[in-house]
Design a protein around this ligand. Sequence first.
Ligand SMILES: C[C@H]1O[C@H](OP(=O)(O)OP(=O)(O)OC[C@H]2O[C@@H](n3cnc4c(=O)[nH]c(N)nc43)[C@H](O)[C@@H]2O)[C@@H](O)[C@@H](O)C1=O
Length: 334
Amino acid sequence: MSATRSPSATTPRRALICGVGGQDGAYLTRLLLDKGYEVFGTSRDVTGMRGAGLSAVGARSRVQLVSMASNDFRSVLQTITRTAPDEVYNLAGQSSVGLSFEQPVETIESIALGTLNLLEAIRFVDKPIRFYNAGSSECFGDTADAAASEETPFRPRSPYAVAKACAHNLVANYRDAYGMHASTGILFNHESPLRPDRFVTQKIVRAACRIAAGGNEALTLGNLDIHRDWGWAPEYVDAMWRMLQQDRAADFVIATGRSVSLEHFVATSFAHFGLDWRQHVRHDPSLLRPSDIRFGAADPSLAERQLGWKARVSVEQVVAEMCRAAQAATSSGG
Ligand SMILES: C[C@H]1O[C@H](OP(=O)(O)OP(=O)(O)OC[C@H]2O[C@@H](n3cnc4c(=O)[nH]c(N)nc43)[C@H](O)[C@@H]2O)[C@@H](O)[C@@H](O)C1=O
């Protein structure tokens, strides 16, 4: 089976990235521009969009921004019709697991209904558009018994995970029922300097950086006794692209294959700045989730066999890169 489609020599391929304003949107835009794509990116209201991630990867002026509300079918259909993409990447929707307990309706609507609207709009325009859906390892729930593969059943433990499981099943159904080239990437945690503070990795790294610079503060965290497979986001967007170059659409687990504890992440981050984390971290029970995943572990071997994709960056390198970026921002007053 040939893994890669060859680009046309004359017309650049068009990609539509829904939810371009986040970490993955920025890195994916950069990747696709480098591959010669014409890139359109959506956000709910592009007039108010800061686009700091796009600027950080040097792609702000080269992506064509479009306002689109993915939970509004009219808006989605209009965007697909006007941009006429060859490939659609669905990265839109509420992305915080913690916040999904506070905003369950917005979470379900933006993820599940948003994905359904995109699938329906693509079906409606009846063009051979390839569709990537950002799935999540959160769908597996706890994987204490065995590393999760594409065959592992879902046991979601948050409104976010329930929404992602619904979107995943919709994509599989549209692939089976209508022969659509639609795939879900079941991505485990992937981090970078573009992560907002809402996610634990950036919260830790920036706090350690401030403390190292003389800040008089303690870092408050919820459950330290969790394990995750943390990878490097710029590598993960390449896996997304590879999925859409396959002759046959399928779903893939994307991860490093190694899980470590949050305590290891904290200790490595503080050690980067020459600090002992135990002196600076406090437990805050208000940061505990109503239900959480204790152990998340992945088996990404299918992606290596079929997509030729393998994570190269270790969690320790992720920490080092994030710490360097935080330090550079501090020195430049950012
Ligand atoms: C694959 C998946 O990956 C991400 O979801 P996440 O794993 O929930 O990411 P997080 O960084 O918010 O939490 C990681 C763990 O860390 C624990 N934790 C402790 N103390 C704090 C704390 O203070 N803040 C946060 N945020 N978490 C804390 C928290 O309870 C959880 O067990 C998203 O990209 C999501 O979109 C996605 O799909």
